[in-house]
Design a protein around this ligand. Structure first.
Ligand code: HEM
Length: 413
Protein backbone atom coordinates (compact mmCIF):
# COMPACT_ATOMS: atom_id res chain seq x y z
CA UNK A 1 0.00 0.00 0.00
CA UNK A 2 1.48 3.32 -1.00
CA UNK A 3 0.60 5.97 1.53
CA UNK A 4 3.59 8.17 2.20
CA UNK A 5 4.76 8.98 -1.26
CA UNK A 6 6.26 12.36 -1.84
CA UNK A 7 6.63 12.34 -5.62
CA UNK A 8 4.32 15.10 -6.87
CA UNK A 9 1.96 14.17 -9.72
CA UNK A 10 3.54 16.89 -11.91
CA UNK A 11 6.86 15.05 -11.76
CA UNK A 12 5.09 11.97 -13.11
CA UNK A 13 3.81 14.00 -16.04
CA UNK A 14 0.32 14.80 -14.68
CA UNK A 15 0.10 18.41 -15.91
CA UNK A 16 -3.49 19.18 -16.90
CA UNK A 17 -2.43 22.53 -18.44
CA UNK A 18 0.31 21.10 -20.61
CA UNK A 19 -0.53 20.49 -24.30
CA UNK A 20 1.76 17.41 -24.36
CA UNK A 21 -0.13 15.86 -21.46
CA UNK A 22 -3.48 16.74 -23.02
CA UNK A 23 -2.57 15.19 -26.36
CA UNK A 24 -1.68 11.86 -24.71
CA UNK A 25 -2.42 11.70 -20.98
CA UNK A 26 -2.31 7.90 -20.79
CA UNK A 27 1.40 7.30 -19.96
CA UNK A 28 1.25 9.78 -17.05
CA UNK A 29 -2.09 8.39 -15.88
CA UNK A 30 -0.59 4.88 -15.93
CA UNK A 31 2.33 6.04 -13.79
CA UNK A 32 -0.14 7.47 -11.26
CA UNK A 33 -2.35 4.40 -11.30
CA UNK A 34 0.49 1.91 -10.88
CA UNK A 35 2.65 3.79 -8.40
CA UNK A 36 0.48 6.41 -6.71
CA UNK A 37 -3.17 5.36 -6.85
CA UNK A 38 -4.19 7.88 -4.18
CA UNK A 39 -2.09 11.02 -4.14
CA UNK A 40 -2.54 14.69 -3.30
CA UNK A 41 -1.93 17.10 -6.17
CA UNK A 42 -0.81 20.58 -5.17
CA UNK A 43 -1.41 21.99 -8.66
CA UNK A 44 -5.14 21.50 -8.27
CA UNK A 45 -5.59 20.90 -4.51
CA UNK A 46 -7.21 17.59 -5.28
CA UNK A 47 -6.65 13.98 -4.30
CA UNK A 48 -6.13 12.01 -7.51
CA UNK A 49 -7.76 8.58 -7.62
CA UNK A 50 -6.83 6.42 -10.58
CA UNK A 51 -7.64 2.72 -10.06
CA UNK A 52 -10.86 1.31 -11.48
CA UNK A 53 -11.92 -0.35 -8.23
CA UNK A 54 -11.58 2.92 -6.29
CA UNK A 55 -13.16 5.24 -8.87
CA UNK A 56 -16.07 2.85 -9.30
CA UNK A 57 -16.73 2.53 -5.59
CA UNK A 58 -16.28 6.24 -4.77
CA UNK A 59 -18.82 7.17 -7.48
CA UNK A 60 -21.37 5.11 -5.53
CA UNK A 61 -20.25 6.24 -2.06
CA UNK A 62 -22.68 8.67 -0.44
CA UNK A 63 -19.94 9.99 1.84
CA UNK A 64 -18.90 11.98 -1.22
CA UNK A 65 -21.00 14.53 -3.08
CA UNK A 66 -20.87 16.58 -6.26
CA UNK A 67 -21.63 19.55 -4.03
CA UNK A 68 -21.24 20.49 -0.36
CA UNK A 69 -23.76 23.33 -0.45
CA UNK A 70 -26.56 21.13 0.94
CA UNK A 71 -24.38 20.65 4.04
CA UNK A 72 -22.57 23.97 4.52
CA UNK A 73 -21.97 27.43 3.12
CA UNK A 74 -18.72 28.17 1.29
CA UNK A 75 -17.34 29.87 4.37
CA UNK A 76 -18.30 27.00 6.70
CA UNK A 77 -16.61 24.64 4.27
CA UNK A 78 -13.43 26.72 4.42
CA UNK A 79 -13.78 27.99 0.86
CA UNK A 80 -14.21 31.49 -0.51
CA UNK A 81 -17.51 32.26 -2.21
CA UNK A 82 -17.07 33.08 -5.90
CA UNK A 83 -16.91 36.79 -6.80
CA UNK A 84 -20.17 38.64 -7.37
CA UNK A 85 -19.47 39.28 -11.07
CA UNK A 86 -19.67 35.51 -11.68
CA UNK A 87 -23.24 35.36 -10.33
CA UNK A 88 -24.84 34.63 -13.75
CA UNK A 89 -22.72 31.47 -14.05
CA UNK A 90 -23.30 30.14 -10.53
CA UNK A 91 -27.02 30.95 -10.61
CA UNK A 92 -27.18 28.70 -13.62
CA UNK A 93 -24.99 25.96 -12.18
CA UNK A 94 -26.11 25.51 -8.58
CA UNK A 95 -29.74 24.62 -9.35
CA UNK A 96 -28.70 21.94 -11.90
CA UNK A 97 -29.56 18.40 -10.94
CA UNK A 98 -25.99 17.24 -11.63
CA UNK A 99 -24.81 19.49 -8.81
CA UNK A 100 -27.52 18.59 -6.32
CA UNK A 101 -27.75 15.74 -3.84
CA UNK A 102 -30.92 13.94 -2.66
CA UNK A 103 -33.71 14.73 -2.08
CA UNK A 104 -33.46 17.63 -4.59
CA UNK A 105 -31.42 15.56 -7.02
CA UNK A 106 -34.05 12.81 -7.03
CA UNK A 107 -36.91 15.28 -7.53
CA UNK A 108 -35.21 17.02 -10.46
CA UNK A 109 -33.90 13.84 -12.10
CA UNK A 110 -37.35 12.23 -11.96
CA UNK A 111 -38.86 15.19 -13.81
CA UNK A 112 -36.75 14.52 -16.90
CA UNK A 113 -36.01 10.81 -16.54
CA UNK A 114 -39.04 9.67 -18.51
CA UNK A 115 -37.79 11.37 -21.68
CA UNK A 116 -34.43 9.57 -21.50
CA UNK A 117 -35.29 5.92 -20.78
CA UNK A 118 -33.91 3.43 -23.34
CA UNK A 119 -37.48 2.87 -24.59
CA UNK A 120 -38.33 6.56 -25.02
CA UNK A 121 -35.00 7.10 -26.72
CA UNK A 122 -35.38 4.13 -29.09
CA UNK A 123 -38.63 5.70 -30.31
CA UNK A 124 -36.50 8.57 -31.63
CA UNK A 125 -34.47 6.27 -33.92
CA UNK A 126 -36.33 7.09 -37.18
CA UNK A 127 -35.96 10.83 -36.64
CA UNK A 128 -32.26 10.53 -35.74
CA UNK A 129 -31.67 8.33 -38.85
CA UNK A 130 -32.99 11.22 -40.96
CA UNK A 131 -30.91 13.85 -39.13
CA UNK A 132 -27.73 11.79 -39.62
CA UNK A 133 -28.50 11.06 -43.30
CA UNK A 134 -28.98 14.78 -43.98
CA UNK A 135 -25.75 15.70 -42.22
CA UNK A 136 -23.83 13.06 -44.16
CA UNK A 137 -25.33 14.26 -47.48
CA UNK A 138 -24.13 17.77 -46.65
CA UNK A 139 -20.64 16.63 -45.62
CA UNK A 140 -20.21 14.46 -48.71
CA UNK A 141 -20.85 17.43 -50.95
CA UNK A 142 -17.91 19.24 -49.40
CA UNK A 143 -15.32 16.69 -50.56
CA UNK A 144 -12.67 17.46 -47.96
CA UNK A 145 -14.29 18.49 -44.68
CA UNK A 146 -13.95 18.88 -40.92
CA UNK A 147 -15.49 15.82 -39.31
CA UNK A 148 -16.33 17.85 -36.19
CA UNK A 149 -17.68 21.19 -37.48
CA UNK A 150 -19.20 19.82 -40.69
CA UNK A 151 -20.76 16.63 -39.37
CA UNK A 152 -20.51 15.46 -35.75
CA UNK A 153 -21.18 18.77 -34.00
CA UNK A 154 -24.65 19.31 -35.38
CA UNK A 155 -26.01 15.90 -34.39
CA UNK A 156 -26.35 16.14 -30.57
CA UNK A 157 -27.40 19.79 -30.82
CA UNK A 158 -30.17 19.03 -33.30
CA UNK A 159 -31.43 16.01 -31.36
CA UNK A 160 -31.60 17.67 -27.95
CA UNK A 161 -32.95 20.93 -29.39
CA UNK A 162 -35.69 18.89 -31.13
CA UNK A 163 -36.55 17.12 -27.87
CA UNK A 164 -36.77 20.37 -25.98
CA UNK A 165 -38.53 22.30 -28.72
CA UNK A 166 -35.93 25.06 -29.28
CA UNK A 167 -36.92 27.00 -32.45
CA UNK A 168 -34.79 26.13 -35.51
CA UNK A 169 -33.78 29.73 -36.07
CA UNK A 170 -32.09 29.94 -32.64
CA UNK A 171 -30.08 26.73 -32.71
CA UNK A 172 -26.87 28.26 -34.00
CA UNK A 173 -26.63 30.14 -30.67
CA UNK A 174 -26.58 27.01 -28.53
CA UNK A 175 -23.21 25.38 -29.22
CA UNK A 176 -21.12 28.57 -28.68
CA UNK A 177 -22.96 29.21 -25.39
CA UNK A 178 -22.43 25.70 -24.09
CA UNK A 179 -18.80 25.63 -25.26
CA UNK A 180 -18.13 28.86 -23.34
CA UNK A 181 -20.08 27.89 -20.21
CA UNK A 182 -18.18 24.62 -19.86
CA UNK A 183 -14.83 26.49 -19.91
CA UNK A 184 -15.44 27.12 -16.20
CA UNK A 185 -15.21 23.38 -15.52
CA UNK A 186 -11.52 23.29 -16.43
CA UNK A 187 -9.06 22.91 -13.56
CA UNK A 188 -7.89 26.41 -12.53
CA UNK A 189 -9.82 28.20 -15.33
CA UNK A 190 -8.09 31.37 -16.57
CA UNK A 191 -9.69 34.79 -16.05
CA UNK A 192 -10.57 34.85 -19.74
CA UNK A 193 -12.36 31.47 -19.41
CA UNK A 194 -14.22 32.71 -16.32
CA UNK A 195 -15.35 35.84 -18.19
CA UNK A 196 -16.49 33.92 -21.25
CA UNK A 197 -18.39 31.39 -19.12
CA UNK A 198 -20.09 34.16 -17.15
CA UNK A 199 -21.06 36.14 -20.24
CA UNK A 200 -22.44 33.07 -21.99
CA UNK A 201 -24.42 32.12 -18.86
CA UNK A 202 -26.08 35.55 -18.72
CA UNK A 203 -27.01 35.43 -22.42
CA UNK A 204 -28.21 31.82 -22.39
CA UNK A 205 -30.28 32.36 -19.26
CA UNK A 206 -31.91 35.55 -20.62
CA UNK A 207 -32.71 33.78 -23.89
CA UNK A 208 -34.34 30.83 -22.12
CA UNK A 209 -36.37 32.95 -19.73
CA UNK A 210 -37.84 34.83 -22.67
CA UNK A 211 -38.61 31.60 -24.49
CA UNK A 212 -40.22 30.07 -21.40
CA UNK A 213 -42.44 33.07 -20.82
CA UNK A 214 -43.58 32.91 -24.42
CA UNK A 215 -44.43 29.24 -23.90
CA UNK A 216 -46.47 29.71 -20.70
CA UNK A 217 -50.05 28.54 -20.92
CA UNK A 218 -49.37 26.69 -24.19
CA UNK A 219 -49.89 22.93 -24.57
CA UNK A 220 -46.85 20.71 -23.89
CA UNK A 221 -45.77 18.96 -27.07
CA UNK A 222 -42.13 18.70 -26.12
CA UNK A 223 -39.84 18.40 -23.10
CA UNK A 224 -39.69 22.16 -22.58
CA UNK A 225 -43.49 22.30 -22.52
CA UNK A 226 -43.61 19.48 -19.96
CA UNK A 227 -41.11 21.27 -17.76
CA UNK A 228 -43.05 24.53 -18.03
CA UNK A 229 -46.16 22.64 -16.92
CA UNK A 230 -44.29 21.10 -13.98
CA UNK A 231 -43.10 24.56 -12.95
CA UNK A 232 -46.60 26.02 -13.26
CA UNK A 233 -48.27 23.23 -11.35
CA UNK A 234 -46.79 24.07 -8.00
CA UNK A 235 -43.77 23.19 -5.93
CA UNK A 236 -42.07 20.61 -8.15
CA UNK A 237 -39.79 22.96 -10.07
CA UNK A 238 -38.79 26.60 -9.58
CA UNK A 239 -38.08 28.89 -12.56
CA UNK A 240 -34.36 28.93 -11.73
CA UNK A 241 -34.34 25.12 -11.68
CA UNK A 242 -36.25 25.00 -14.93
CA UNK A 243 -33.73 27.24 -16.71
CA UNK A 244 -30.81 25.35 -15.14
CA UNK A 245 -32.21 21.97 -16.21
CA UNK A 246 -32.59 23.07 -19.82
CA UNK A 247 -29.05 24.47 -19.87
CA UNK A 248 -27.71 21.25 -18.35
CA UNK A 249 -29.42 19.12 -20.96
CA UNK A 250 -28.16 21.30 -23.78
CA UNK A 251 -24.60 21.52 -22.43
CA UNK A 252 -24.26 17.88 -21.40
CA UNK A 253 -25.78 16.85 -24.68
CA UNK A 254 -23.25 18.84 -26.69
CA UNK A 255 -19.81 18.78 -25.21
CA UNK A 256 -19.33 15.18 -24.13
CA UNK A 257 -21.13 13.80 -27.18
CA UNK A 258 -19.14 15.82 -29.71
CA UNK A 259 -15.86 14.92 -28.03
CA UNK A 260 -16.96 11.30 -27.58
CA UNK A 261 -17.72 10.79 -31.27
CA UNK A 262 -14.74 12.80 -32.54
CA UNK A 263 -12.19 11.20 -30.19
CA UNK A 264 -13.54 7.78 -31.17
CA UNK A 265 -12.97 8.42 -34.87
CA UNK A 266 -9.50 9.77 -34.18
CA UNK A 267 -8.79 6.55 -32.24
CA UNK A 268 -10.02 4.51 -35.22
CA UNK A 269 -7.82 6.45 -37.67
CA UNK A 270 -4.81 5.76 -35.44
CA UNK A 271 -5.72 2.07 -35.25
CA UNK A 272 -6.32 1.07 -38.87
CA UNK A 273 -6.75 -2.62 -38.05
CA UNK A 274 -9.66 -1.82 -35.75
CA UNK A 275 -11.17 0.51 -38.37
CA UNK A 276 -10.84 -2.13 -41.11
CA UNK A 277 -12.47 -4.73 -38.85
CA UNK A 278 -15.35 -2.38 -37.99
CA UNK A 279 -15.89 -1.60 -41.69
CA UNK A 280 -16.04 -5.35 -42.36
CA UNK A 281 -18.38 -6.00 -39.41
CA UNK A 282 -20.52 -2.86 -38.78
CA UNK A 283 -22.85 -4.99 -36.65
CA UNK A 284 -20.18 -4.62 -33.95
CA UNK A 285 -21.09 -0.92 -33.65
CA UNK A 286 -22.86 -1.16 -30.25
CA UNK A 287 -19.92 -2.80 -28.42
CA UNK A 288 -17.35 -0.89 -30.50
CA UNK A 289 -18.82 2.45 -29.45
CA UNK A 290 -18.59 1.55 -25.76
CA UNK A 291 -15.05 0.30 -26.26
CA UNK A 292 -14.02 3.52 -27.99
CA UNK A 293 -15.55 5.58 -25.17
CA UNK A 294 -13.44 3.48 -22.77
CA UNK A 295 -10.27 3.64 -24.86
CA UNK A 296 -10.24 7.44 -25.15
CA UNK A 297 -12.51 8.75 -22.40
CA UNK A 298 -14.15 12.03 -23.54
CA UNK A 299 -14.66 13.38 -20.02
CA UNK A 300 -11.50 12.06 -18.32
CA UNK A 301 -12.01 13.49 -14.84
CA UNK A 302 -14.95 14.16 -12.50
CA UNK A 303 -14.71 15.67 -9.05
CA UNK A 304 -16.34 15.00 -5.69
CA UNK A 305 -16.30 16.66 -2.29
CA UNK A 306 -15.56 14.50 0.73
CA UNK A 307 -18.60 15.01 2.99
CA UNK A 308 -17.43 12.44 5.55
CA UNK A 309 -13.92 11.05 5.93
CA UNK A 310 -13.07 8.11 3.64
CA UNK A 311 -10.18 5.66 3.43
CA UNK A 312 -8.97 4.73 -0.05
CA UNK A 313 -6.15 2.21 -0.63
CA UNK A 314 -5.26 2.72 3.03
CA UNK A 315 -5.05 6.52 2.71
CA UNK A 316 -7.36 8.61 4.89
CA UNK A 317 -8.94 11.55 3.04
CA UNK A 318 -10.50 13.97 5.53
CA UNK A 319 -13.86 15.72 5.28
CA UNK A 320 -13.72 18.95 3.28
CA UNK A 321 -11.20 17.71 0.71
CA UNK A 322 -11.81 17.40 -3.00
CA UNK A 323 -11.10 14.22 -4.95
CA UNK A 324 -10.56 13.96 -8.69
CA UNK A 325 -11.79 10.66 -10.05
CA UNK A 326 -9.60 9.93 -13.07
CA UNK A 327 -12.02 8.05 -15.31
CA UNK A 328 -9.43 7.94 -18.10
CA UNK A 329 -6.94 6.18 -15.81
CA UNK A 330 -9.56 3.78 -14.42
CA UNK A 331 -10.72 2.91 -17.94
CA UNK A 332 -7.19 1.69 -18.80
CA UNK A 333 -6.68 -0.31 -15.57
CA UNK A 334 -5.43 -3.81 -16.41
CA UNK A 335 -7.06 -5.08 -13.22
CA UNK A 336 -10.47 -4.43 -14.82
CA UNK A 337 -9.70 -4.74 -18.56
CA UNK A 338 -7.41 -7.35 -20.16
CA UNK A 339 -5.14 -5.62 -22.72
CA UNK A 340 -6.39 -2.17 -21.71
CA UNK A 341 -4.32 -0.26 -24.28
CA UNK A 342 -5.81 -2.15 -27.21
CA UNK A 343 -9.16 -1.49 -28.93
CA UNK A 344 -11.18 -4.72 -28.69
CA UNK A 345 -14.30 -4.03 -30.72
CA UNK A 346 -16.37 -6.78 -29.10
CA UNK A 347 -14.96 -6.43 -25.59
CA UNK A 348 -17.12 -8.24 -23.08
CA UNK A 349 -17.52 -7.65 -20.22
CA UNK A 350 -16.68 -3.97 -20.48
CA UNK A 351 -17.16 -2.23 -17.11
CA UNK A 352 -16.08 1.14 -18.54
CA UNK A 353 -16.85 4.23 -16.46
CA UNK A 354 -17.19 6.91 -19.16
CA UNK A 355 -20.84 7.54 -18.24
CA UNK A 356 -20.10 7.47 -14.52
CA UNK A 357 -21.87 5.29 -11.93
CA UNK A 358 -24.16 5.69 -8.94
CA UNK A 359 -26.89 8.30 -8.56
CA UNK A 360 -25.37 10.74 -11.07
CA UNK A 361 -24.94 8.08 -13.79
CA UNK A 362 -25.33 9.88 -17.12
CA UNK A 363 -28.98 10.50 -17.82
CA UNK A 364 -28.22 10.86 -21.52
CA UNK A 365 -26.27 7.58 -21.91
CA UNK A 366 -29.01 5.72 -23.85
CA UNK A 367 -29.44 8.75 -26.14
CA UNK A 368 -25.71 9.21 -26.72
CA UNK A 369 -25.33 5.50 -27.52
CA UNK A 370 -28.23 5.60 -29.98
CA UNK A 371 -26.88 8.72 -31.70
CA UNK A 372 -23.45 7.10 -32.01
CA UNK A 373 -24.90 3.82 -33.28
CA UNK A 374 -26.74 5.57 -36.09
CA UNK A 375 -23.88 7.95 -36.88
CA UNK A 376 -21.18 5.28 -36.93
CA UNK A 377 -23.18 2.80 -39.01
CA UNK A 378 -24.12 5.39 -41.61
CA UNK A 379 -20.57 6.74 -41.77
CA UNK A 380 -19.13 3.23 -42.19
CA UNK A 381 -21.59 2.46 -44.95
CA UNK A 382 -21.70 5.76 -46.81
CA UNK A 383 -18.11 6.90 -46.30
CA UNK A 384 -16.20 3.65 -46.79
CA UNK A 385 -12.92 5.33 -47.72
CA UNK A 386 -12.93 8.05 -45.07
CA UNK A 387 -9.34 9.03 -44.23
CA UNK A 388 -7.42 11.74 -42.41
CA UNK A 389 -6.02 14.65 -44.37
CA UNK A 390 -3.87 16.09 -41.60
CA UNK A 391 -2.97 15.42 -37.99
CA UNK A 392 -5.61 17.00 -35.71
CA UNK A 393 -4.75 19.25 -32.78
CA UNK A 394 -6.18 19.07 -29.25
CA UNK A 395 -7.97 21.99 -27.65
CA UNK A 396 -6.05 23.28 -24.63
CA UNK A 397 -8.58 21.63 -22.27
CA UNK A 398 -8.38 18.48 -20.16
CA UNK A 399 -11.71 18.21 -18.31
CA UNK A 400 -13.67 18.21 -21.54
CA UNK A 401 -10.89 16.83 -23.72
CA UNK A 402 -11.55 17.24 -27.42
CA UNK A 403 -9.97 17.98 -30.78
CA UNK A 404 -10.15 21.36 -32.54
CA UNK A 405 -10.99 19.77 -35.88
CA UNK A 406 -10.44 16.56 -37.88
CA UNK A 407 -9.84 17.22 -41.58
CA UNK A 408 -10.92 14.20 -43.63
CA UNK A 409 -11.93 13.13 -47.13
CA UNK A 410 -13.54 10.04 -48.58
CA UNK A 411 -11.27 8.18 -51.01
CA UNK A 412 -14.34 6.47 -52.53
CA UNK A 413 -16.96 9.22 -52.70
C1 HEM B 1 -20.70 10.40 -25.02
C2 HEM B 1 -21.51 11.26 -24.47
C3 HEM B 1 -21.63 11.50 -22.99
C4 HEM B 1 -20.74 11.23 -21.98
C5 HEM B 1 -19.37 10.59 -22.07
C6 HEM B 1 -21.38 11.66 -20.75
C7 HEM B 1 -20.81 11.52 -19.49
C8 HEM B 1 -21.46 11.80 -18.30
C9 HEM B 1 -20.94 11.51 -16.99
C10 HEM B 1 -19.59 10.87 -16.70
C11 HEM B 1 -21.84 11.92 -16.07
C12 HEM B 1 -21.76 11.78 -14.54
C13 HEM B 1 -20.98 12.88 -13.92
C14 HEM B 1 -20.63 12.61 -12.47
O1 HEM B 1 -20.86 11.53 -11.95
O2 HEM B 1 -20.09 13.52 -11.83
C15 HEM B 1 -22.95 12.48 -16.80
C16 HEM B 1 -24.07 13.02 -16.21
C17 HEM B 1 -25.11 13.56 -16.93
N1 HEM B 1 -25.26 13.56 -18.30
FE1 HEM B 1 -23.98 12.79 -19.66
N2 HEM B 1 -22.60 12.19 -21.03
C18 HEM B 1 -22.81 12.10 -22.39
C19 HEM B 1 -23.92 12.51 -23.09
C20 HEM B 1 -25.04 13.07 -22.52
C21 HEM B 1 -26.22 13.46 -23.24
C22 HEM B 1 -26.45 13.28 -24.73
C23 HEM B 1 -27.07 14.01 -22.31
C24 HEM B 1 -28.45 14.59 -22.44
C25 HEM B 1 -28.99 15.08 -23.41
C26 HEM B 1 -26.43 13.93 -21.03
C27 HEM B 1 -26.99 14.38 -19.85
C28 HEM B 1 -26.44 14.18 -18.59
C29 HEM B 1 -27.09 14.62 -17.36
C30 HEM B 1 -28.41 15.35 -17.25
C31 HEM B 1 -26.25 14.22 -16.32
C32 HEM B 1 -26.49 14.44 -14.82
C33 HEM B 1 -27.12 13.22 -14.22
C34 HEM B 1 -27.32 13.32 -12.71
O3 HEM B 1 -26.65 14.12 -12.05
O4 HEM B 1 -28.17 12.58 -12.21
N3 HEM B 1 -25.21 13.35 -21.19
N4 HEM B 1 -22.70 12.39 -18.16
Amino acid sequence: MITSNRTPPAALGYRPDDPDFISDPYPALARLREGFPVVFDQQTNQWLISRHRDVNSLLRDRRLGRSYLHRASHEEWGRTAPPEWQAPFWQLLWPQLIDREPPDHTRLRNLVLRAFTPRAVEAMRPRIEVVVATLIDRAKQLGEFDLIADLIEDLPVTVIADMLGIPDADRHLLRPWSADITLMFELNPSLEYQRRATRASAEFSAYLRELLHARQGQPAHDLLGELVLAAESGDRLSEDELVATVVLLLNAGHEASVNGAANSWWALFRNPLALRELRRRPELAPTAIEELLRFDTPAPIFERWVLEEVKVEGVVIPRGQEVALLFAAANRDHRAFPEPDRIVLDRHPNPYLSFGAGIHYCLGAPLAKLEFDILFRQMLERMPGLELVSEPRWKPRFVLRGLESIQVRDRQP
